[in-house]
Ligand binder design. Structure first.
Ligand code: ADP
Ligand code: MG
Length: 249
């Protein structure tokens, strides 16, 4: 793909608007994410953070605006939805593993069905990825036998299996007991270090400070403030952001 090499952002969102019925939830968002960049999105509950992520991989259809990933217009009628989903992986708060499939099958299913790998190829890739997320011995377990942190690491392995260009994380640690948060954040940090392009909705301020290249504050359907973690946390300008940080930090 030449688009990225030419300096086109990995994700380019222009004029994003999203309505549910008559209610406009996203009221004009522009956001560019460079290859390898980690962008953390903060904002109060109900401010539209999940909606933005869901529009990026078309779990929701935008109302107006454009979104490109790696130069491809996601909303072009010629763009295949499965292609979009495999290029922009998603990791959910509630893991969304397939409960009736083993850990290994959770990771291989996209590889065989979407990437058209043979079962043997898919299993080899899946085992490597389970090793990468620190679960080499859980391949034959079922999701219900895992802790929340382990489930989320399987979900990350499943997402990685598709070789996505970007991974979108929607509050990946919010459903976890506090002592399990670190193991998931550690895997995410490793991905960031390896150059994965990531957009992360989280309330983990330590992660935002340490790992983010850029932090964005969404409120009332628009980006109210954005900056490097340093600028963002030490000198927040927007009063709503100051109020928000006062409550969560
Ligand atoms: P956040 O992730 O920041 O908490 P969301 O993006 O989930 O916020 O939601 C933003 C707003 O859109 C909320 O008011 C929510 O109730 C509304 N909303 C989200 N999804 C739907 C939907 N499928 N139908 C109607 N309203 C929705
Ligand atoms: Mg949300």
């Amino acid at each position: 793909m030449t688009a990225t090499k030419n300096g086109t952002p990995m994700i380019e969102i222009r004029g994003l608007h999203k309505k549910f019925g008559e209610t406009e939830v996203i009221k004009g968002i522009d956001l560019s994410v460079r290859q390898g960049e980690v962008v953390v999105i903060l904002g109060p509950s109900g401010s539209g953070k999940s909606t933005v992520l869901r529009c990026i991989n078309r779990l929701e259809e935008l109302t107006s605006g454009t979104i490109t990933v790696d130069g491809y217009d996601l909303y072009d009628t010629k763009t295949d939805i499965n292609y979009v989903r495999s290029e922009a992986g998603m990791v959910f708060q509630q893991f969304n593993l397939f409960p009736h499939l083993s850990v290994l099958q959770n990771v291989t299913t996209g590889l065989t069905k979407v990437r058209k790998k043979t079962k043997a190829e898919a299993e080899a890739i899946a085992l490597k990825l389970l090793d990468k997320v620190g679960l080499p011995d859980k391949a034959n377990n079922f999701p219900e036998q895992l802790s929340g942190g382990q489930k989320q690491r399987v979900a990350i392995a499943r997402s990685l299996a598709m070789s996505p260009k970007v991974i979108l994380f929607d509050e990946p640690t919010s459903a976890l007991d506090p002592e399990l948060v670190g193991e998931v954040l550690d895997v995410m940090k490793k991905l960031a270090t390896e150059g994965m392009t990531m957009v992360v909705v989280t309330h983990e301020m330590g992660f935002a400070r340490e790992v983010a290249d850029r932090v964005i504050f969404i409120d009332q359907g628009v980006i109210q403030e954005e900056g490097t973690p340093d600028e963002f946390f030490s000198a927040p300008k927007n009063p709503r952001l100051r109020d928000f940080l006062g409550k969560v930090v």
